[in-house]
Design a protein around this ligand. Structure first.
Ligand SMILES: *Cc1c(COP(=O)(O)O)cnc(C)c1O
Length: 427
């Protein structure tokens, strides 16, 4: 089936007289007839539910929908995108291990890796996503456990060469993890290009309505942990906290990664998505394919309009032919990029701030990937401690405006931006 259809129907098939919507199972606890019945769940001999800190049926139905959309074998919902990135890496790397990551990733993920996970004893080597083959090769170490990148980086809008990084990861016997938040499985399916694990901040396009923070991890089921058993003992040797179950033996390649992340990491960290939020996420998913088409169109039209405007000094959008990622975007994102465009307003910091004040439709917000257009001027808000020189080094010059085009009419959005630019007085 088409992804448009799967957005509605995957993950849950109601039987005769069942609710049409994925129901909210708002229960922390699940009851059993005998101790033996419940004991089988604790030994992972049978699948089922006992406590919502680890697993909940609403979450699992919504996760199954996302797994189908990505073309994966198993998935789990997490309380946030940050929790998804953390669990995806921590499931296969611990103290003394090492990860290769693209430098062009979400700032929150960079901080999680570079500060917090470093404190846990995991080392990271960050490589430019457009580095030479020699530089990429030199980043790997004998204790490397995974490679990490972002399909379309937030906010740099660089397009990640998934195939190239997957080949490099596999040559070293480790999986490629891709954060597919900005592309969504409607625009790009990283598994089709060799990625092994996909993560999402479902807070963005998947929810799409500013309603619920959440995350998701999807396994392609293709990475052969057993073929590199010495690197992944957590998956390929007995887990003493679960009566000696060996995840790869019991659950196969398609189930080992997510079962371990659920049974060990969710059990111990409890960063699960609330079933209420999973229900809201599913509402967003039902219209994801339709909304992404409009986000893609609005992003493209806005970028083209801005590129021709005299008060705009530069535009960054991989759908413009002069963008360095144009060709790569055509390969990985043939149906559209996303709704996020960044550009420079003439008049620098003051010009950008005046433009923002003049907007009537765009909300000033740190958020992106929402049904409503949101606009951010990092230099005066998220990055305001930095000097103009530091901002240039960080890739967010003082004149930069990040605009996340919503699903309003493109004509209205462009008319609003046009009047806001025309009214800018500083040059
Ligand atoms: C927002 C975001 C995250 C973090 O997700 P939260 O849901 O805010 O925790 C991770 N990756 C990308 C690309 C994001 O945009």
């Amino acid at each position: 089936m088409d992804r448009d259809t799967l957005c509605i129907h995957a993950g849950y098939t109601p039987g005769n007289g069942d609710p049409r919507m994925i129901p909210i199972i708002q229960s922390t606890t699940f009851k059993y007839d005998t101790c033996e019945d419940m004991g089988k769940l604790f030994d992972l001999e049978e699948s089922g539910y006992f406590y919502t800190r680890l697993q909940n049926p609403t979450n699992d139905m919504v996760a199954a929908k996302i797994a189908t959309l990505e073309g994966g074998t198993a998935a789990m919902l997490t309380s946030s995108g940050q929790a998804a990135s953390f669990l995806a890496v921590f499931n296969i790397a611990g103290a003394g291990d090492h990860i290769v990551s693209s430098t062009s990733i979400y700032g929150g993920t960079f901080n999680l890796f570079n500060v917090t996970m470093k404190r846990m004893g995991i080392e990271f080597t960050f490589v430019d996503p457009d580095c030479s083959d020699e530089e990429l090769e030199a980043a790997f170490q004998p204790n490397t456990k995974a490679v990490f990148g972002e399909t379309i980086a937030n906010p740099a809008l660089t397009v990640f060469d998934i195939e190239r990084f997957a080949d490099a990861a596999h040559a070293h016997g480790v999986p490629l993890i891709v954060d597919n938040t900005f592309a969504t499985p409607i625009n790009c399916r990283p598994f089709e290009w060799g990625a092994d694990i996909v993560t999402h901040s479902t807070t963005k396009y998947m929810d799409g309505h500013d309603a619920a923070v959440g995350g998701c991890i999807v396994d392609s089921g293709k990475f052969d942990w057993s073929a590199h058993a010495d690197k992944f003992p957590g998956l390929t040797t007995p887990d003493e906290s679960y009566h000696g179950v060996t995840y790869t033996e019991r659950f196969g390649l398609g189930g080992a990664f997510i079962t371990k992340a659920t049974a060990q990491l969710m059990r111990d960290f409890g960063c699960i998505q609330a079933p209420q939020n999973a229900f809201l996420l599913n509402l967003g998913l039902e219209s994801l394919a339709v909304r992404m088409k409009r986000h893609n169109e609005n992003g493209q039209k806005m970028a083209e309009f801005l590129a021709g405007h005299e008060k705009v000094s530069w535009v960054n959008f991989p759908g413009l032919p002069d963008n360095p990622y144009y060709e790569r975007a055509k390969k990985y994102l043939p149906d559209g990029i996303c709704g996020v465009v960044s550009f420079g307003v003439k008049g620098g910091r003051a010009g950008a701030m005046e433009f923002m004040k003049n907007l009537k439709i765009g909300n000033i917000a740190t958020h992106v990937a929402d049904a409503a257009t949101c606009v951010l001027h990092p230099a005066s808000t998220t990055h305001r401690q930095m000097t103009d020189e530091e901002l240039i080094e960080a890739g967010v010059p003082a004149d930069l405006v990040r605009m996340s085009c919503g699903i309003e009419s493109a004509e209205d959005l462009i008319a609003d931006v046009a009047q806001a630019l025309d009214a800018v007085t500083v040059l």
